[in-house]
Design a protein around this ligand. Structure first.
Ligand code: AMP
Length: 537
């Protein structure tokens, strides 16, 4: 371990800061505490400190992981008594360097080496410091310093305006580096680090469309629709002979994907940044399950045989830089034209421009038949918003259905006045038999059905409230929804996005209601596709 020198900032000060951050819920106070702390650091201490405060140890784009499991940690905690005899204080830099050594330990003896390094840290830590170390080990520094507050703290500490700091973060994907540059080079330093080739950039994200009318209305009556491919998003950078490929989470995956490197080197330009989706396919070119693609992404050895086992197909859909020219501020319409000129048609994502619902429906059907997930709808005049989710890009996927019980009903207002028309929807917990609420809806029924439903639910009432009735869960409805989300509002922990009733299932009773288990399964599958995999690399 590097010896601590007198002017190194002690780790104890960082631990004390995290305690003070934890003690307040006021955002402004957190900002001020962070700003004062950051300002007190030496340049080389800033990035490591920022990573330790947010509990991540390494930058977001850094693929290193500690590889410390429970067993190692338990042993290290047990072995710390001895170590404390050589008590010396920890510094921020020392802690950061030791974590790096733990992550880099290789070979047959690496588990022991990791344990010893961890022991040396824990043994020299006070109890407050231990807290911070352990939370970092488990990546769950829940002291209320998320990325957002940290960015504000960095802005305050450096006097650089928050927008500039946020934008720079989208491009660099590294909070520590942002803090260091903001503090020591100011806004100028951050500006020149806009889009950089061979360095990852946070991708633009899409919002779930409620329905096709919304898509056309928001996009001004015309939209470009592309297949939504069920693969992994990648950005391909080329600068002369150098090619780098990054995943959605900004990890460098170049070495696992040599065939894509070859494609990039074959394109007729010397500098570019392309975005696309890579899909695993079988020998006939049909998409393979997502898991197969993940195997390719994780592969670091035997790449050649992997290439044969699981061939990849690349579909490009955007170009953000070409031969010295940054294109993120160009309209998507123009970027697509440039892309079309640069790459052969077989590398382009299937796309067309649509003005009518029927065209979108037909193209969606085509995409699903070809084994893809749905469509993306992109506003033709939109610029590329690095790292942002918004309605300039919509995802369009076929709705899923669940059979749910109505457990309560609220009186409607306006046109639905006098009817019980807003229904609480629940799945059944197979273990306890209880019904778990996962959403509400007033959509999908005709006026006649509302009337009949009002009578029926009154008859099932178990208690009256100011807003309506709780009812026996005997009415089953088939509900369409676009996505399952995590939700703090319901004890079930889940909520349906854009729920609407498709049908009243008079043929079904409470026993036929979909279960909580099934809901959790569906969520896990959805998560696996969008949140995991390449994102975790
Ligand atoms: P989601 O992960 O459900 O939020 O959907 C967004 C993801 O869809 C993107 O991050 C891409 O990985 C993927 N995707 C598939 N096809 C396209 C496309 N044509 N344009 C943009 N993203 C796409």
């Amino acid at each position: 371990m590097t010896p601590t020198t007198a002017d190194d900032t002690s780790f104890a000060r960082l631990a004390e800061l995290t305690q003070r951050l934890e003690a307040t819920t006021k955002r402004l106070e957190k900002r001020a505490l962070l700003a004062a702390f950051l300002r007190s650091l030496r340049r080389d201490e800033v990035a490591p400190a920022v990573h330790l405060i947010v509990g991540r140890i390494f930058a977001e784009s850094d693929a290193r992981a500690l590889n410390v499991g429970w067993a190692t940690l338990k042993k290290a905690l047990g072995g710390t008594k001895q170590a404390s005899l050589v008590a010396r204080s920890l510094s921020i830099l020392g802690v950061s360097q030791t974590f790096a050594q733990i992550a880099e330990a290789r070979g047959p003896d690496s588990t022991r080496a990791r344990r010893r390094l961890l022991e040396s840290l824990l043994g020299r830590a006070s109890s407050g410091e231990r807290d911070v170390l352990l939370k970092n080990v488990f990546g769950e520094m829940r002291i209320g310093v998320n990325e957002g507050v940290m960015l504000e703290g960095i802005a305050d500490a450096s006097g650089v305006d928050l927008d500039t700091v946020r934008t720079a973060h989208m491009f660099l994907g590294d909070l520590g580096m942002i803090a260091e540059i903001a503090l020591f080079e100011g806004a100028d330093g951050l500006h020149v680090r806009g889009l950089r080739l061979l360095a990852p950039m946070k991708p633009m994200l899409a919002e779930m469309a409620e329905d096709l009318d919304e898509v056309l209305a928001v996009h001004g009556g015309m939209t470009a629709i592309e297949y939504k491919l069920d693969g992994a998003r990648i950005q391909i950078h080329r600068k002369g002979d150098a090619v780098k490929i990054f995943s959605r989470r900004l990890s460098d995956v170049t070495s696992s994907l040599p065939e894509l490197v070859a494609i990039a080197k074959g394109l007729p330009a010397s500098e570019f940044l392309l975005e696309g989706e890579v899909v695993a396919v079988d020998r006939d070119g049909k998409p393979l399950p997502f898991q197969d693609l993940m195997r390719r992404f994780r592969r670091v050895h035997g790449i050649e045989s992997a290439q044969e086992e699981i061939p990849l197909k690349l579909y490009l859909f955007d170009v953000l830089h070409l031969d010295g020219r940054t294109l993120i501020d160009e309209p998507y319409r123009v970027r697509w034209e440039i892309l079309e000129r640069l790459v052969p048609p077989n590398l382009l994502t299937a796309r067309r421009v649509a003005q009518h619902k029927e065209e979108i429906e037909a193209f969606l059907k085509e995409a699903l038949v070809a084994g893809h997930e749905g469509l993306m709808a992109k506003q033709l005049e939109s610029t590329y918003s690095v790292g942002k989710r918004g309605k300039k890009w919509f995802k369009i996927k076929p709705a899923d259905h669940l059979d749910l019980a109505i457990t309560a009903a609220e009186w409607g207002s306006g046109r639905r006045e006098g009817w019980l028309s807003n229904y609480w929807l629940a799945v059944r917990d197979d273990k306890s038999g209880a019904f778990q609420m996962i959403g509400k809806t007033f959509k999908g029924l005709t006026d006649e059905e509302f009337k009949a439903m009002t009578e029926r639910l009154r008859g099932l009432a178990t208690s009256e409230e100011r807003w309506g009735f709780h009812v026996r869960p005997e009415t089953v409805v088939e509900v369409a929804y676009n996505e399952i989300q995590r939700s703090p509002h319901y004890p079930s922990g889940f909520a349906l996005r854009f729920a609407r009733i498709v049908r009243i299932r008079d043929d079904k009773g409470p026993q036929d209601v979909d279960t909580y288990e099934r809901l959790k399964d569906l969520y896990a599958k959805q998560f696996e596709r969008k949140g995991r995999g390449p994102d975790d690399l």
